[in-house]
Design a protein around this ligand. Structure first.
Ligand SMILES: [Zn+2]
Length: 320
């Protein structure tokens, strides 16, 4: 079978009651019946829209090319390690918690869900909830859920464009309106809804309370200069870097970034947060990437570059 080359995935738009009718400037897509809450950049149903695999679901690509995608030794990986989405909340999302790896495994799932959010944009006053006020007990949480006052026990944090926020499994969390977030997470859909501000959606209190940790590591993470970019976050499950190329430019070679910055042998997820450019590897045709799109650089591709067509901002996620 031919070696896998970099390819692009077409975003898949998921309606949500808390979503938006207007995803500009990231997407031209206009919702018809329901607002869009999430643009899924990866996931089993994402569809390749470039190269010889065009039209195939990502799940099929993963099943047929695990070792090329993830590197040697991953022939039996249960699923692609990361999931990336763009979130467009126009209303408060419910208060949720995700299980950690050990609780997930008790439930027969391969792993839990630790995630991070990069603020692509934020309106003044935008906030997220990250964990509980110090001193909160399990019974405080249960009583506050029963009396529809859980928001008062949460630690609300202002969000500004460019913030990176870590949300480890077990953190009680919520997202407020007015932010556009790039979410990178362990590829799991285990979510327990603890509280919905008195709205009538179903809650998952028994599992949710078991998943809740009173203290976690959640919070904003300061960027660190790393090579020609910024390391935004490095956790046990993912790292995310940001690169900014000021203008149309010569090819930026990612293989030459040898300052500990070019992890070879790992899959790289490349999201264009603004601008556009073309990814080049080996003798392949250039892979065009524009704002809102995601390209997968398989682990087997050791040498690749991106040529900005205009000022370009890239977020790169790599599983750890
Ligand atoms: Zn979450």
């Amino acid at each position: 079978m031919e070696k896998l080359a970099p390819f692009r995935l077409r975003p898949w738009f998921s309606p949500r009651v808390w979503g938006t009718w207007d995803m500009q400037p990231w997407y031209d897509y206009v919702p018809v019946d329901e607002p869009i809450g999430e643009a899924w950049l990866t996931g089993d149903d994402a569809v390749v829209d470039s190269g010889p695999l065009a039209g195939q679901n990502f799940s099929r690509v993963f099943a047929n090319h695990r070792a090329d995608l993830l590197g040697p030794g991953s022939e039996h990986a249960a699923r692609f390690p990361l999931l990336m989405k763009v979130l467009f909340p126009q209303d408060k999302l419910s208060v949720q918690v995700h299980p950690d790896d050990s609780m997930a495994r008790e439930r027969g799932e391969p792993h839990g869900k630790t995630e991070c959010w990069y603020a692509l944009d934020a309106k003044p006053g935008a906030e997220v909830a990250l964990g509980l006020q110090p001193g909160t007990t399990q019974s405080d949480v249960q009583a506050a859920i029963a009396s529809n006052t859980l928001e008062n026990l949460l630690r609300w944090v202002p969000v500004h464009k460019g913030d990176m926020i870590f949300v480890d499994a077990g953190t009680v969390h919520a997202i407020g309106p007015g932010v556009t977030l790039l979410e990178t997470q362990q590829n799991s859909d285990m979510t327990y809804r603890l509280y919905d501000y008195g709205r009538p959606r179903e809650l998952h209190l028994q599992d949710g309370m078991k998943a809740v940790k009173l203290k976690t590591q959640a919070g904003k993470v300061e960027p660190r200069a790393k090579g020609s970019g910024s390391l935004l976050i490095q956790s046990s499950y993912f790292r995310v870097d940001r690169f900014e190329f000021p203008a149309a430019n010569s090819p930026q070679n990612f293989a030459s970034r040898t300052d500990g910055d070019a992890p070879s042998g790992k899959v790289q997820l490349i999201f264009a947060a603004s601008g556009s450019g073309a990814i080049q590897s080996g003798g392949e045709a250039p892979l065009h990437l524009q704002r809102g799109q995601l390209a997968i650089i398989p682990a087997c591709v050791s040498d690749w570059s991106i040529t900005p067509a205009e000022p370009l901002e890239i977020l790169r996620a790599i599983p750890q």
